[in-house]
Design a protein around this ligand. Structure first.
Ligand code: FAD
Ligand code: MG
Ligand code: MG
Ligand code: MG
Ligand code: MG
Length: 546
């Protein structure tokens, strides 16, 4: 697709070479991708520009379909079914893969420092450096403990496949221990008291899965101790699922009440010891400690140490999360991109750019915008600043032209003051994108597509105030499209919130959930494995061996 008579062929070696017409070898740029999760995998599967060498570094040689991870904790779905080895994709695409963790990014020398661990033996670690021309950071995030004492030591996280398997073994272990002879009732109660911290989608879904397991399977398997089990869900805020529609929150809270899940809102965990978890009541400030058998911690995410260190080096040390611009380029650093949970997009404020926007639109430099100039700018503002759309939605206006018209009355010329006034509240609608697989995979796809047409675009570099139409091959900034979210609530019921304020709760949405997630699985192999896990569970119940 690019000039100069490039000829591409692949030989038996894994990396491909590019030759010019007269047989000279061109040194290809090397793209190093860190991570094989949602954003990394999506980037890799959409990337196909033969003018780059792609090298992937990730400690995990598989992609993990996280939305079904809670179902692994109780054996509804097997861990293997939601894992896709990445070697297959690497071979198909001619990319290189190295199983290692990046422990330091050195942007001034365009190098990364890596460590590879042999997880199957005690042979220790190997360290090495790797150069890059372009770095794509897709390392995700780590569970956030908010430095609460004892959490790292005593609580389970639910982030990786291993975590889910550990939780599964631990739940079953708790029941086996609680079934031992010669225990007092108190002791039994303690051992099978399960505490979930965090009322977000993951914590809620895990509680629901655990509850289903207790009701549908444990009752049959451990009839003697079943009456002593208890699930407590702790949430620091006023409500669970607070990012969802209020109707969903209300339904979930009522359902949990009916199910006998002990939901405690406004309680913040202040410490975990080997046998007790302490919470502080918001308001009264009272601290209560309760004995438990198992704690699962799911209160959100924080930056990985390697990213924290990198942020310090590039002058982002004061920030909580790594910032990129809307083209996913890391701010303050050349040739580095960041995707998914690792980063947030630093959106531009309309108000900061307003004079420049106006100046660009005012082609005749008359100080006002006439009808034609006005029409020219309207579309570009909407494309460039996503907050405008949210603002219009809130004001129940169909488009920005209406907004400006309502500010300008019958005037045919629009002055900068009116222009400013009409847009003055738009920036209040700026929102960070959620840390979800939906966002991560769309970002991966977006960036891959940018790379795929890089040659066309190289001559016309993009910039924050370049509007559509200035260069035909310019990249659009990343725009997220929300397709809706699900909150599985157990008992074959799911809450669904779809675009356009559409909320649906119950058994029908459970089927929608089954079909959406089956369709989102990245391969036919995993899809068939998951579906057969579901069928097996319907017919035979869950496997309860640990
Ligand atoms: P990840 O997918 O976490 O990938 C990070 C990758 O980087 C991994 O391969 C990791 O091994 C690798 N890595 C880590 N450290 C390094 C390093 N130092 N060097 C190199 N590589 C490294 N989202 C939804 O939209 N819908 C859902 O239903 C949903 N359910 C979820 C359920 C659970 C239990 C969890 C934990 C998350 C869920 N999410 C869901 C959120 C979603 O999984 C994340 O938003 C998504 O995984 C983010 O993608 P990512 O690529 O940024 O990170
Ligand atoms: Mg990733
Ligand atoms: Mg993942
Ligand atoms: Mg992000
Ligand atoms: Mg004018």
């Amino acid at each position: 697709c690019s000039g100069g008579g490039l000829l591409v062929y692949s030989d038996s070696s894994p990396s491909r070479r590019t030759l010019t017409a007269d047989g000279q070898e061109i040194k290809k740029k090397k793209v190093v991708v860190l991570g094989s999760g949602w954003s990394g995998y999506s980037f890799l599967s959409h990337f196909n520009n033969p003018n780059y060498d792609v090298q992937v570094v990730s400690p995990r040689n598989f992609f993990l379909f996280t939305p079904l991870l809670p179902s692994v904790t109780n054996g509804t779905v097997e861990a293997r079914s939601i894992v896709e080895p990445i070697r297959g994709l690497m071979r198909k695409k001619g990319f290189e893969y190295t199983e290692a963790e990046c422990v330091k990014i050195d942007p001034s020398n365009k190098k990364i420092h890596c460590k590879s661990k042999d997880s199957t033996s005690l042979k220790g670690t190997t360290e090495f450096d790797m150069d890059y021309d372009i770095l794509v950071i897709a390392v995700g995030a780590k569970p956030n403990t908010f430095n609460t004492p004892g959490v790292e030591e005593h609580a389970h996280f639910l982030k990786e496949a291993d975590d889910a398997l550990k939780i599964r073994r631990s739940v079953i272990n708790c029941f086996e221990r609680a079934s031992l002879p010669d225990l007092t009732e108190e002791e039994r109660k303690k051992i099978i008291h399960f505490v979930v911290v965090g009322g977000g989608p993951t914590g809620v879904e895990f509680s629901a899965e655990l509850h289903d397991f207790l009701v549908e399977d444990v009752a049959k398997i451990y009839p003697k101790v079943q009456e002593f089990t208890r699930i407590t869900l702790l949430e620091a805020g006023d409500h669970i699922l607070n990012m969802f529609d209020k109707r969903i929150t209300a339904f979930a809270e009522e359902k949990f009440q009916r199910d006998g899940i002990d939901l405690k809102t406004k309680s913040m965990v202040v410490g975990v010891t080997a046998d007790e978890i302490s919470t502080k009541e918001r308001g009264s400030g009272e601290v209560v400690s309760e004995p438990y058998g198992m704690v699962v911690w799911s209160t959100g995410i924080g930056s990985r140490p390697v990213i924290k260190d990198f942020m310090h080096q590039i002058g982002q040390g004061q920030r909580r999360v790594l910032a990129t611009d809307e083209w996913l380029r890391v701010e303050g650093c050349d040739s580095v991109y960041a995707l998914g949970d690792t980063a947030t997009i630093n959106q531009r404020r309309v108000m900061e750019d307003i004079a420049a926007i106006f100046g660009k639109a005012d082609k005749g430099e008359t100080g006002t915008l006439n009808k034609k100039e006005f029409k020219g700018v309207v579309k570009d503002i909407c494309q460039r600043y996503p907050q405008v759309e949210l603002y219009l939605k809130k004001k129940k206006l169909r488009n920005i032209a209406n907004l400006l018209k309502s500010a300008n009355g019958d005037n045919t010329e629009l002055s900068i003051e009116t222009f400013k006034q009409a847009l003055s509240e738009v920036d209040t609608q700026m929102k960070n994108l959620p840390a979800t697989a939906q966002v991560a995979s769309q970002q991966g796809k977006y960036l891959a597509k940018c790379f795929n047409k890089m040659e066309k675009c190289e001559k016309k570099p993009e910039g924050p105030l370049r509007f559509r139409g200035e260069g035909r091959h310019r990249f659009q900034p990343f725009r997220y499209r929300h397709f809706g979210s699900f909150a599985p609530l157990g008992g074959e019921q799911t809450a669904a919130e779809l675009p356009g304020d559409w909320v649906s709760i119950g058994h029908s949405s459970q089927w929608l959930w089954y079909s959406v997630y089956a369709s989102k699985l990245v391969s036919w192999r995993t899809r068939s494995l998951v579906v057969s896990d579901w069928v097996r569970r319907f017919i035979f119940g869950r496997d309860s061996s640990s």
